[in-house]
Write a protein that binds this ligand. Sequence first.
Ligand SMILES: *Cc1c(COP(=O)(O)O)cnc(C)c1O
Length: 375
Amino acid sequence: MIQKIYADNAATTKLDEEALEAMLPYLQMQYGNASQPYLFASAAREALNAARKTIADCINADPSEIFFTSGGSESDNWAVKGAYFSNRKNIVTSSIEHHAILNSVQYLEKFGCSAKYLPVNTLGVVLPQTLYNNLDDADGIVSIMYANNEIGTIEPIKELAEIAHKQGCLFHTDAVQAVGHVVIDVCDLGVDMLSASAHKFNGPKGIGFLYKKTGVEIDNYIHGGAQEHGYRAGTENIAAIVGMATALKNNMKNIHVNQATLKELDNYLMQELSVSGLQYIRNGNPDNRLPGNISLSFNGADGETLLHRLDLKGISVSTGAACDSVNTQISHVLSAISLDREYAEGTIRISLGKENTFDDVKYIVAALTNILKRH
Ligand SMILES: *Cc1c(COP(=O)(O)O)cnc(C)c1O
């Protein structure tokens, strides 16, 4: 029998049962438009307000600072484009950001924005000193991700935000991999904007939010009606918003247990791997990274082939490289941490989640050993 093991939780996660339950009324009976003043729409309106409050409480924000979007990509696009079109100043980001940031910044370069892509060290850390050395008066916004999706490294956001502010810049963080997985307090972090996406924390797909601190002015990204305090147009997706709030609340309720369990699974995987006799490098920062985000590079292996062989054994993981039929392209993140090509090409990312068990981990390592020892 082929086992089904889902180990790609950094790509997306399974919808929380309670979140699904909470969504159902708004997909059917409670279909009122939250912007309408009559009584029938009040259930939608109240659900919207309650969800905004729940989410704000989870990250120590005020409800008026939470803006619903279609997901992480939109939040990222809005933050950097909104800031640029509002202040016309330059952008500083890192070389390991998600493409939602990198491609948005690249697009802004067409409008005369000048961008700096900061290097990282071999662990994937944006050093505060590097930011400090690279900032100047022409810069208007710094955008550095909270945790990297490919290698799990957590960035020193608080220090980075402080440096950005000293230079008079706004600070945005793409926290899509972190929200719902680590404790986030936007006041303590000192960030001006933060992006999140529900489907990365057991919420539904196609919904996310941007935290925008009171007083921070950026241009609108989606123009139209007056929804989201006039900052983001479009009839609200109440069901998805309610699902996102429920999923986040549930994840945060058990955050310390969830983190500890993931850490144990992570340790167990590494322990099994070390007795397997396989030669590998684990990428990322061992001192500060997302538990369960395991980027492994096998010298001389081919990540794409490895992914397909694991798939045949019922295991879903992802590669650290994007392939076309001819060339293996090393991901921008693995290039940025200066990983040798022979290792980078043989990279896979295992990302464990709430559903995974010790048996899953044992099976994954056994499958890896079987595939790599044969080869
Ligand atoms: C998944 C992801 C995104 C994109 O989020 P979507 O909701 O899928 O658009 C952005 N940034 C990071 C770091 C991600 O992991």
